[in-house]
Every structure is written in C-alpha cells, then in structure tokens.
Write a protein that binds this ligand. Structure first.
Ligand code: AOF
Ligand code: ZN
Length: 373
C-alpha cells in the first residue's frame, strides 16, 4: 500500500508542477483518482489547479473520473479545502464527499489557517478514510511559496546568480556580458515561467535594460509579474520594461520617501508604483517589499539580481533557495563580481545555507542551496 501510495502521490506531484507560476494567490496542487480493478489500479481522473487558482485540482480530477470515483482513492498534494469564499464556490471537501471516493491520500495539512486540518477532519467525519503525510517533504518543497505566504506573510524567494569561471556577472564598468550558455539561458526562462514574479534591483535594470519576459516558444503567456526594487524611482520611462508594462505587469517598489515627480510618467505607462518604509541605508526595505508582494498574492519570487540585491537577500535570510550557475568560460579581465562578500559568507556558512544538489545544463554547472530553517 505504501509503495502504491507514494507512486500515485508522485504522479499528483508532477501534475501539480504544471500550474507553478500561474495559480497565485493559490498553490498549484495536483490530484489523481485511482480505482482498483481486476487488472490492478487504474487512473480514472487527473487534475491540477487551474490558472488564477480556480478550479482547484480536486474537482477537475473528480469530474474526469465521474462515477468511476465511487469507491476509488483520491491522491492530492494538499489537504482538500474546507472553506467557502466569495469567489470560491464549493469547497473541495464537499466535491470529494459527493463524488463517492472511499479514501483520500494527501501529502500535508494545508497551513492556511482557514483550513489547517479541518479538511481532513470533515472527510473523516463523513466516513472517508484519510491517510495524510505521504511524500510530505517533496510536496512541501514544491508548495513552499504557499506555505511561506500563509505562515510568514511573504513569498518564497529563489535567488538566481550566474558567474563566469573567474567570478564575474558583468564586464568592466558594468558592461553586459553573456555569462550563461544558450541551454542554461533557456532553463532560466523556464524557471521564470514557474514563478509568480521575477524581481530585480534598479542597478541591473539601468545597466542592462532587460525585458525579463519568458521567451520560450509557446510559453510566452507564462511571463511572471516583473518587480523592480527601485528605492529612489530611477526607472526610465523609455526602458523596455516600462514600454511593455501593458502587456506584462511591472510593479515598482520604492522607498516611502522617494521623490513623487517620476511617478506620474511610470503610472501613465501602466506601471504600478508601490512604496514601503526605507531601511537604515535609505533603501526600500527588502522584508517589507516581500511582505507587500505576499499581500498582493505572490507566492513564488525569482530574484535575478543584481549582486547588491543578491547579497542583501542572503544576508537577511530572505533567499529560501540560491541557484548559482558557473560558466566554464572566463571573462579574463576585472569586471563586476557576481558574488559579494556577504553572499559568499552566507553560502559558505553551513548554519545558514546547505548545498542541496548540483547539476549541469549545457556547459554550465549549477549549485542549488537551501536555507537552513
Ligand atoms: C485545494 N485544492 O487545488 C488548491 C487549494 O481563494 P480560494 O477559495 O481559491 O482558496 C484558496 C485557498 O485554498 C488557498 O489559500 C489554499 O489554502 C487552498 N488551495 N486547495 O483544496 C487546490 N489550490
Ligand atoms: Zn479546494
């Protein structure tokens, strides 16, 4: 039973990944309905949370199963919801009970305080057998954005850094250089698509004038919200970001005391300007900025730099994962270091971050670190 439960939960986990980046403020949940037959178990329904967060995964899978759900087992990566919201419609618990499934296998309780065990309890009280906690660790990693948002009020943050073999992110004077190989570049675009928002400091925007969209054939519609940390409102209204703000949202986070004058041109171009308290150095406070994103429903942030933002995120323990790519090619002259001392110290400190995996994409070597809780 345990082996089969893990196998079908892994299927649900894979399905849940399909929605990553497009279901916020909801988590992307996966669900599989499995029926015992004379020939062994048979998958009769599959589903995952749909764009914008509704419908939830369970009704999609149960609807596909139809009457085949009667007496079957529902595998779902998160405890089925038990709440009614204004936009919500029927809670998944109700869908599940009415479908006639005999058993529910879930990976974890929903940490959302409106649910927090009530979903499982209601299922049990209706006579449905419940097994919770299957593949909990794997699922918790996938759902870390939702978990962080409902427990800490901020999204989960992935910090992405790329460096040349000799340690640089930019050329002399900040000149833009190609650090990643083409395959790694495409991999990064896929990661962008799997996050709700991409976040950069104004320094990188001024240096590179990037577009920050997903440019993979067929996946362009998955471009995340583009967030710029711009304490003093220096973003150029003529930049690529601002000129495309009506196609893909741009949110600028400034310090509370940033000048008012530059705001009008940005807002006119469709940019949303938000303000948070300044930190001791007068910059938009990072923790406040992330809490603001959490309040706006963002669960997963992909922070692509630059070096100052990367260092600050790691030093404040706000980067939950750090992904470092290392190119085999050297710049060969002194440029802009990719990793500042504070980030280097955090990565090297086993009490703060631990190396979780290494892998290769094209010619580049990747290291993924996880924050030690
Ligand atoms: C599920 N299945 O597929 C998802 C769930 O705003 P609502 O009404 O859509 O509810 C959002 C909450 O429901 C969300 O914060 C999370 O706790 C849960 N998401 N639950 O049963 C799903 N996405
Ligand atoms: Zn639900």
């Amino acid at each position: 039973m345990k082996g089969a439960d893990e196998r079908f939960m892994r299927h649900a986990l894979a399905l849940g990944r399909r929605g990553a980046g497009s279901t916020w403020p909801n988590p992307s949940v996966g669900a599989v309905v499995v029926r015992e037959t004379a020939d062994g178990p048979l998958v009769v329904g599959t589903g995952w949370t749909q764009a914008g967060g509704r419908p939830h995964a369970e009704p999609v899978a149960l609807e596909e199963a139809g009457l085949a759900a009667v007496g079957a087992t529902l595998y779902v990566t998160l405890e089925p919801c038990s709440h009614r919201t204004v936009r919500g419609g029927t809670p998944c618990v109700e869908h599940t009970i009415l479908s006639g499934v005999a058993r529910v296998v879930s990976a974890m309780d929903d940490p959302n305080p409106r649910i927090a065990g009530l979903g499982h309890a209601l299922l049990r009280s209706a006579g449905v057998k419940v097994t919770a906690g299957v593949l909990a660790a794997e699922v918790a990693r996938d759902l870390r954005g939702h978990i962080m948002r409902v427990t800490k009020g901020r999204p989960a943050v992935t910090l992405k850094i790329a460096r040349t073999a000799d340690g640089y992110a930019g050329g002399p004077g900040g000149r833009r250089i190609a650090v990643s190989c083409p395959e790694a570049g495409r991999w990064v675009h896929l990661e962008r698509a799997r996050h709700d928002a991409i976040m950069l400091g104004i320094g990188s925007i001024l240096a590179d004038d990037p577009l920050l969209t997903v440019r993979l054939p067929g996946l362009e519609h998955l471009s995340p919200v583009r967030v710029v940390l711009d304490s003093r409102l220096q973003l150029d209204p003529g930049s690529q970001l601002v000129r495309t703000a009506r196609q893909v949202p741009v949110w600028v986070i400034a310090a509370e005391d940033a000048p008012v004058a530059p705001e009008a041109a940005l807002v006119k171009a469709g940019v949303e300007v938000m303000r948070v308290p300044a930190d001791a150095a007068g910059r938009a406070d990072l923790s406040e900025a992330l809490h603001l994103l959490g309040a706006r429903g963002i669960t997963r942030v992909y922070a692509e730099g630059g070096p100052a933002v990367g260092e600050a995120l790691a030093m404040q323990g706000l980067a939950d994962e750090i992904v470092l790519s290392v190119s085999p090619v050297a710049l060969g002259e002194p440029g802009v270091p990719a990793i500042r001392p504070g980030l280097s110290a955090a990565i090297g400190d086993g009490l703060r971050y631990r190396l979780a995996e290494t892998f290769a994409v094209g010619h580049d070597r990747f290291e993924r670190y996880e924050r030690v809780p």
